[in-house]
Design a protein around this ligand. Structure first.
Ligand code: SF4
Ligand code: SF4
Length: 370
């Protein structure tokens, strides 16, 4: 295994780490997968209460209990600010402390975690987090008591807001999505490198999309000996700010494939070939919607990012039936066909996407399919 510094924390993390959101239901298969991961040198396991229909932490705790002293476990809990709904809410420091001590640690069969992630975090929550007697104070107390080692955040906020969070000095790690098909967080990666904040990449294979057999993807990686997964993982790890690619693996076969991908020692020729692959993917990535929602709201009620997510899949896979099915699932009044061509969204899109043209494309492709 290759290990990398985890920002300024003083810890080293395996270049491939494990998101525990896809652990198998079968206890034997689950334990086998976790043990194989540890045997391969993976030392970071990312968990949350909501993964695996609530079973993520109990499964992780059971599987890793025998090797607990060899690995780092990450727990996660969100922070609810006034007027917002949140999937994992805590409004006070006491709530937060209780959740970690009474729920997550027992589920994980441990009395401490090396990492605690403030989950689904956004820059506008910084003041609430740091309020006197609030959640951050509760977390610092858990650190003083050696119950929590290090504090990070996970996020889907805008790249600029993620930079703000990184520069706040509160966090030692940042978990975000980054991959060959979505490079929008590169400014945040650069900021993290400057501030010694470890980047944990979730979705390194774009939610598994890069691992699927698709002729359009194969065209971008013409060498038959190089899988698209390998190109995807090597891309993520080629950024110097990235500490680890945290992949949500659900089977030993997936684990083995990912290990093969990251452990292949590239030759100079491989590097040159991979640079060409990264360049070809960049052209595709630049034409894809990142789902940032800067363009919202549309005055006509079109759900732009939901429609364009389907267009992304269509562009990469050409899977018209699946696209039409997903399109039909969109609220009729929010479908691409309702666009009146006003152009407001294009002025707000940071990626300069021709939104109207793309919406026409998706409506044209899917409206006629039954
Ligand atoms: S161009 Fe279409 S999608 Fe964009 S804001 Fe106008 S109506 Fe909405
Ligand atoms: S169309 Fe542009 S602004 Fe809207 S969600 Fe996609 S990338 Fe973001």
């Amino acid at each position: 295994m290759i290990y990398r510094p985890m920002g300024r924390s003083g810890l080293d993390i395996s270049a491939l780490s494990m998101g525990c959101g896809h652990l198998p239901d079968d206890p034997d298969l689950c334990d086998e997968l976790l043990h194989a991961a540890v045997a391969a040198g993976i030392n970071y396991f990312e968990t949350a209460t909501i993964y695996c229909n609530g079973e993520c932490q109990p499964r992780t705790g059971r599987g890793l209990e025998p090797v607990r002293d060899k690995i780092m476990v990450s727990a996660k809990h969100g922070l609810l600010v006034e007027g917002e709904a949140d999937s994992q809410p805590a409004t006070t420091g006491d709530d937060y402390r209780r959740e970690i001590l009474e729920n997550q640690l027992p589920a994980l069969r441990t009395d401490h975690v090396e990492w605690l992630q403030v989950g689904w975090f956004q820059a506008h929550k910084l003041d609430a987090l740091r309020a006197k007697g609030g959640v951050l104070d509760a977390i610092r107390q858990l650190q003083d008591e050696k119950i929590v080692g290090h504090v990070g955040f996970t996020t889907h906020d805008t790249p600029e807001n993620v930079v703000t969070c990184i520069e706040s000095g509160v966090f030692e790690s940042c978990t975000l999505q980054y991959n060959l098909l979505n490079r929008s967080y590169e400014p945040a990666l650069d900021a993290a490198g400057e501030h010694g904040v470890a980047i944990v990449v979730m979705g390194p294979l774009h939610g598994g999309m890069l691992a699927l057999p698709a002729p359009a993807l194969r065209e971008l990686v013409p060498n038959p000996d190089v899988t698209t997964s390998r190109a995807g993982l090597q891309f993520v790890l080629s950024h110097p700010a990235v500490s680890t690619a945290c992949s949500g693996m659900g089977s030993v076969a997936q684990l083995q494939e990912n290990l093969t991908s990251i452990l292949a020692e590239p030759t100079d020729a491989d590097r040159a070939e991979m640079d060409a692959v990264f360049g070809r993917f960049k052209e595709v990535a630049d034409s894809l919607c990142t789902g940032c929602n800067y363009c919202a709201p549309c005055p006509q009620g079109v759900n732009i990012s939901q429609n364009l997510r389907i267009r992304n899949y269509l562009a990469v896979y050409g899977a018209i039936d699946a696209a039409a099915q997903a399109y039909a699932a969109i609220e009729p009044a929010a479908r691409a066909a309702c666009c009146t061509d006003c152009g407001e969204c294009e002025e707000k899109c940071p990626n300069d996407l021709p939104v109207r043209k793309l919406l026409q494309e998706i409506a044209g492709a899917c409206e006629g399919v039954r």
